[in-house]
Design a binder for this molecule. Sequence first.
Ligand SMILES: Nc1ncnc2c1ncn2[C@@H]1O[C@H](COP(=O)(O)OP(=O)(O)OP(=O)(O)O)[C@@H](O)[C@H]1O
Length: 304
Amino acid sequence: MAKRARLIYNPTSGREEMKRRLPEILQRLERGGLETSTHATTGEGDATLAAAEAVERGFDVIIAAGGDGTLYEVINGMAERENRPPLGLLPLGTTNDFARAMSIPKNLEAACDIIIHGATRVIDLGKANQRYFINIAGGGSLTELTYEVPSRLKTMLGQLAYYMKGLEKLPRLRPVEIVLKSEDRELHEEVMVFLISNTNSVAGFEKLCPDAAIDDGLMDIILVKKCNLVEMIRVVTLALRGEHLNDPHIIHFQSKQIQITSPDYTQLNLDGEFGGTLPGTFSVLPSHLQILVDETGNSKYKGK
Ligand SMILES: Nc1ncnc2c1ncn2[C@@H]1O[C@H](COP(=O)(O)OP(=O)(O)OP(=O)(O)O)[C@@H](O)[C@H]1O
């Protein structure tokens, strides 16, 4: 019997690619044995409602087509429900960190074939207060830039929009004071940024947390201590090469649960989206979601 799939797609994502390619994608999924119905998201939060509804309706597969923002909303709709079906990804967005971490190609035919093939990998999810994240949670002035870029600008300029916004923000960097408590430590620090990572590749930093594994039941915590602009640029440059962990401005450790408080008003960024403010309790939900992946981990379309 054919499986029933629910394709939740963001029509504005990337360069509105889904608007053009939907018929061809549906046909490919259908031929591969997935009877697929669609939900086009209408705006912020809609993918969360659509994903929750898809679980309730008992679909065999949920497919998130969009960027990391759409994926974040979809996992937030699924995380608290029982009988969560496997989740497939069609990466369309400006940033597809999670898809990249899972070696899911941007080539849509190849990504459809991975979904059709049906191999799954069980992964951890992160929880930040009452919300969930799949890639990374963070805070501090550096992380605020991602959700300041309007969706329309992102569609027009793609990745460039982030960098422009990032450069504009650099002179405004200021540290925040935090108290971080985990199972085995308590830190009082002034930090430029704090990151809590589930995967090892984040926003162009492919070796941000070399030890982070998506299924190890642990989060990787990275703090960048207070520093000046020149030091900050040095840390970022080292981080791009994956050589930052021994820098004196970096604190790095792994944990299952942490609490962070701050006397400063500090926004949280979850997978690139606004995620409330501190105080925050962050934890891992081990083996919480099945992702449809290329089981060889070695797609011939890799990187395309
Ligand atoms: N119909 C819509 N119109 C405008 N915005 C939408 C619509 N549907 C969803 N959104 C919002 O668009 C945001 C960004 O979406 P998404 O991540 O898929 O694409 P992106 O902006 O291309 O990529 P990324 O977030 O990876 O940079 C989501 O946070 C979502 O709330």
